[in-house]
Unconditional design. Sequence first.
Length: 387
Amino acid sequence: MTQLDPSLSGPQGTRTGAQERSSFSPAVSSSALEPGQSGQPGQSGQAGSWGGAPLGTTNQSGTQGGANQGGVAFGSRQRGKVASVFAARWFEFLSTAAGITILVVLAAVAGFLIYEAWPAITAAPEDLQKVIGANAGSLLGYIGPLVFGTLLSAIIALVVAVPLSVAIALFISHYSPRRLAGVIGYVIDLLAAIPSVVYGLWGALWLAPQLDPIFTWMTNSLGFIPLFAGYQAPAKNVLTASLVLAVMILPIVTAVTREIFLQTPRLHEEAALALGATRWELVRMTVLPFGRSGIVSASMLGLGRALGETMAVLMILSPGTMYSFFLLKPGQHQTIAANIAAKFPESSGLSVSALIATGLALFIITLLVNMGARWIVSRRAEFNGAN
């Protein structure tokens, strides 16, 4: 057992708590302790001092400062939380109001069309024939050929534009070099910014003369088919108008389809290539199935644009109100939008109501087209990124 040195025992030899602390702390030395502040035996009620403040006591000013800082931080957090909740509720209100506004505007447009078309809907047949012509017979007889011409021109434009748009989108997304893809994409997007009246001028003054020898050959060689029989120059027929509409809807369909193709999962494409698939097999097995609903959505957007186009059709098409499948004959077809634009400036009274009734029919057709497209897309929404 280790023996204590007698010289270190007793009151003089016992090391006080303050001396022990001073021996381990480099910041405080034993010389800094005052004689009356060091712990002495028998002075059990006193403790040593540390830097002039009694050890074992609390710094009141430091405690109060920390409490004040904690209170300020807590108040700031509370104010930030309140502001965040207020901003979230305000944003929710604005979003809800925007959604309701869309529904209100749609209902207002439908109500306006019904209200303005009601006089023509309820008019007596003899009064209605004075403004729509005796050949029509009734309001349905007047609207029917216009609906037929509108749908025929839009469908032909869609048949021409969609395959070309899909091919362009595939080339941009999977075949062309990156720089060339950027240039082609920019040119395609630029076509969407051209006004429809410019397309009308282009179709009437340049495209129609270029199509004249082609339509002549089609009538001479394929005239036994009713679609291509009876061509008469100039080429102001529904086929020419449909080709111009196809060029007009090309940017919309291409842009949407391209974005859908670019969203094809990379792992699917790499898996197909790892299995030895060629580029065409990759497109056929991964890209096209993934983007099928997107192609439908893009086509319906283009169809909506073609159904409502006015100026280009008005400047190209020679009007007629017949149920005719002679695509090359002039004076056979007319669209609803072009008919309204042509006759509205000279109309008044019941004739205006009849024109608005045709606008109501176009509104219903467009609504049905959009609802059908939405239904088709929703059927495969869980399998692709079209939404």
